[in-house]
Ligand binder design. Structure first.
Ligand code: ZN
Length: 125
């Protein structure tokens, strides 16, 4: 983060995170040190356990995983035959629950959500 000419936060090598001040403990029984981290991918601030922030563990605020998941679902959807996608949308319009459509087509319900609702897919619908 830049304020004037000063850079705040300490970069953690191998991650997208900048370390800021000390954060409160997560619970009264969890005494692991936590700090505020700024995600340089999306700008979000999040309290994370200091010991978790390292390559191969926590490398972003969680946006990296979310984007990977969305890309994965989109890829699965685009691999489906056009006719299948049409049928799924038709069932969804009739009010058939996402879970039932998923079972019928032997697909993950997240993939069904993305197919019938596009990118805004709500997996809990
Ligand atoms: Zn982020």
């Amino acid at each position: 983060m830049m304020i004037g000419n000063a850079i705040f936060g300490t970069a953690v090598p191998g991650t997208f995170l900048l370390r800021h001040g000390k954060a409160p403990h997560f619970t009264s029984t969890d005494h692991a040190a936590a700090a505020w981290y700024e995600c340089t991918r999306c700008g979000e601030f999040k309290a994370i356990r200091v010991g978790d922030v390292k390559p191969g563990r926590t490398v972003s605020c969680g946006c990296k995983g979310r984007e990977g998941f969305i890309a994965h679902c989109k890829q699965r959807v685009s691999n489906l035959p056009r006719g299948t996608r049409k049928q799924m949308r038709r069932l969804a319009r009739k009010g058939v629950p996402t879970g039932n459509i998923a079972k019928q087509f032997h697909l993950d319900k997240y993939v069904v959500s993305f197919t019938v609702q596009g990118q805004r897919g709500n997996a809990h619908a």
